[in-house]
Design a binder for this molecule. Structure first.
Ligand SMILES: C[S@@+](CC[C@H](N)C(=O)[O-])C[C@H]1O[C@@H](n2cnc3c(N)ncnc32)[C@H](O)[C@@H]1O
Length: 209
């Protein structure tokens, strides 16, 4: 089993300069989706190759995965996919990176690390302060997607996001996936594992109002 990276380690306090959207993407005006904790980025490669009218950005805290994903993007000459290494919370909290949040159409938090022990909850990627920052900075209409196979983590994320009056839940059956970042409903690596092992999946979609 892989060792989880502690996002609160001081190694992640220093934020590298993040390139502008026009440096990241061939067409910086396309709709932008952000996947937080994208691991090796396979899900984003699937999306970027099929849904070329969207730009995809992945943030991942394991450096080697990001290095490999970036090499693959260059080799395959993909112009609508970019990866950033670091703690996603620190990166998005940095005032210099507000341009990312302002341009997002949607964000996914898919199968984030659960950090089961109560004293480790502060390492979870969804935090009250982080959601508060998003609620103040995201454009109206931006969507947040969460998915996990850990019920306790789902309740924690749902409660944290729902506590903000700026987000409203969307009924999954009313949601039109064909117009979203994931028109063909690709699955992440963890979701594929969860399906094969017949575990439960808890998910929710929220819209910034
Ligand atoms: C359980 S994996 C799920 C990966 C992928 N989303 C999936 O569904 O297959 C969680 C990923 O989030 C990354 N991660 C955890 N905390 C993070 C943070 N604060 N910022 C960026 N990535 C983070 C981990 O390194 C790991 O790759």
């Amino acid at each position: 089993m892989r060792q989880h990276v502690n996002p609160l380690s001081s190694n992640f306090n220093q934020i590298q300069r993040i390139p502008s959207l026009s440096e990241m993407f061939g067409d910086s005006k396309s709709n932008l989706h952000l996947d937080m904790g994208c691991a090796a980025g396979e899900f984003l490669f699937d999306l970027a190759l099929v849904n070329t009218s969207w730009n995809y950005l992945g943030i991942e805290i394991r450096e080697k995965l990001v290095k490999n994903a970036k090499l693959k993007v260059i080799e395959r000459e993909i112009k609508n996919l970019y990866f950033i290494f670091g703690n996603g919370n620190n990166i998005l909290n940095d005032v210099q990176n507000k341009f990312i949040i302002k341009n997002l159409k949607s964000i996914s938090f898919y199968f984030p690390d659960p950090w089961f022990k109560k004293r480790h909850y502060k390492r979870r990627i969804i935090q009250p302060g982080f959601i508060n920052m998003l609620s103040n900075s995201l454009q109206k209409g931006t969507l947040i997607f969460i998915k996990t196979d850990v019920k306790d983590l789902f309740n924690y994320m749902d409660c944290t996001i729902s506590s903000s009056l700026h987000f409203k839940k969307i009924n999954k059956k009313d949601f039109n996936y064909s117009e979203s970042f994931n028109p063909t409903k690709f699955k992440t690596d963890r979701e594929k594992y969860v399906i094969v092992n017949q575990l439960d999946i808890y998910e929710k979609i929220y819209i910034k109002i």
